[in-house]
Design a protein around this ligand. Structure first.
Ligand code: GTP
Ligand code: NA
Ligand code: MG
Length: 290
C-alpha cells in the first residue's frame, strides 16, 4: 500500500435530514437529469446508492431515511460519507432528525452542505432556516460564515445544478484518495435474502478493488463473491473505489452498516465470522437474562 498507488476517487455524498424534507425527491431529480437512459434500471431503484457524472466528474450518492427509527443507519451513513448534504424543508425548518444529522456529521467531522428545500412553497421561509442554522454552529457563507447553503426546489428541479457545483467544489477541496490496487474495503448499505439468488448485499467500496472470487467478510457473515452487478444491472468482474455494487455469494445476510473486508485466507474468514457470531449470541444471551 504505497503512497504513489493512491488516486483521486469520486466523493461519497450522503443525503440526510428530517423525515419528508425531500431527500429522495432530490436524489430522484439529480438522477433524472444526470443519468442517461441506458443507465436506467438496475439496483439504484431500491438501494438508494448510485453514481452520476456531472461535467465529467463522478459523484456517488447515498440516500438515508429521515424517520426517527433509523438513527443507526444515519450514524453509519455519516461514517462512510465524505460530504453530507443536509436537506431542510423551508416550510418546516430544523426538526429533531435535522439536529441528529448535524450531530452525526459534526461527530464524524464531515463537511456539510445545506440544501434548503421546498422553496417553491408559498409558506417557505429560507431566511428563518438560516437563522436556525446559526444556533447549531452553521453560519451561512453569505452571512460571513463557512456553511454553504443552496436554496432549492427538488420538486421543480430548481437550483439543482448549483448544488451539484458546490458538491464538486467541496470534493476538490477534500482531495479524496483511494488505492484501487489493494484489496477492497467497503460498507454494506443494504442486504436481503432473495428467493432466487440467495443473500444479496449492496456494498459501497470505499477503498481498493473488489473482484469476483474474493473471500469477503462483513460483520459475522463471510462468503466468496460469486457475481457482482453494478447500478445499471450489468454483471461486472471488478468494482473500484466509490462504486456501489450488488454482491452475490454471502453464506448469510449481512447487516446494513457492516464493514466489508477481503481476506486472502478463506478458512480465516470463516473463523472470524464464527467468532463474531458467537460474540453476538453471547451479548444477546446476557441481554435476555438481564
Ligand atoms: P423520508 O425518506 O421519509 O425521510 O422522506 P424524504 O426526505 O426522502 O422526502 P421525500 O422525497 O419522500 O418527499 C416528501 C414529500 O415532500 C413528497 O410529497 C414530495 O413530493 C415533497 N417534496 C419534496 N421536495 C419538494 C419540493 O421541493 N417542493 C415541494 N413543494 N414538495 C416537495
Ligand atoms: Na418520505
Ligand atoms: Mg426518502
Amino acid at each position: 500500500d504505497r503512497d504513489e498507488d493512491y488516486e483521486l476517487r469520486p466523493p461519497i455524498v450522503t443525503v440526510m435530514g428530517h423525515v419528508d424534507h425531500g431527500k429522495t425527491t432530490l436524489l430522484d431529480v439529480i438522477r433524472e437529469t444526470k443519468v442517461t437512459e441506458t443507465e436506467a434500471g438496475g439496483i439504484t431503484q431500491h438501494i438508494g446508492a448510485y453514481q452520476v457524472t456531472v461535467e465529467g466528474e463522478k459523484i456517488t450518492f447515498i440516500d438515508t431515511p429521515g424517520h426517527e427509527a433509523f438513527t443507526s443507519m444515519r450514524a453509519r451513513g455519516a461514517q462512510i460519507t465524505d460530504i453530507a448534504i443536509l436537506v431542510v424543508a423551508a416550510d418546516d425548518g430544523i426538526m429533531p432528525q435535522t439536529v441528529e444529522a448535524i450531530n452525526h456529521a459534526q461527530a464524524a467531522e464531515i463537511p456539510m452542505l445545506v440544501a434548503i428545500n421546498k422553496i417553491d412553497k408559498p409558506n417557505a421561509q429560507p431566511e428563518q432556516v438560516k437563522q436556525q442554522m446559526t444556533e447549531y454552529g452553521l453560519v451561512p457563507e453569505e452571512w460571513g460564515g463557512k456553511t454553504i447553503c443552496v436554496e432549492i426546489s427538488a420538486l421543480q428541479g430548481e437550483n439543482i445544478d448549483e448544488l451539484l457545483e458546490m458538491i464538486i467544489l467541496q470534493a476538490e477541496i477534500e482531495e479524496i484518495m483511494a488505492n484501487p490496487h489493494r484489496p477492497a474495503e467497503g460498507v454494506v448499505i443494504e442486504a436481503e435474502l432473495d428467493k432466487g439468488r440467495g443473500p444479496v448485499a449492496t456494498v459501497l467500496i470505499k477503498n481498493g478493488t473488489l473482484n469476483v472470487g474474493d473471500n469477503v467478510l462483513a460483520g459475522s457473515v463471510c462468503g466468496r463473491v460469486r457475481a457482482m452487478i453494478d447500478e445499471h444491472g450489468q454483471r461486472i468482474e471488478r468494482a473500484g473505489p466509490a462504486t456501489p455494487v450488488e454482491i452475490l455469494g454471502f453464506s448469510d445476510v449481512p447487516a446494513a452498516g457492516d464493514f466489508l473486508q477481503v481476506l486472502a485466507d478463506e478458512q480465516r474468514a470463516r473463523e472470524v465470522a464464527a467468532e463474531r457470531k458467537e460474540e453476538q449470541l453471547e451479548i444477546r444471551r446476557k441481554a435476555d437474562t438481564g
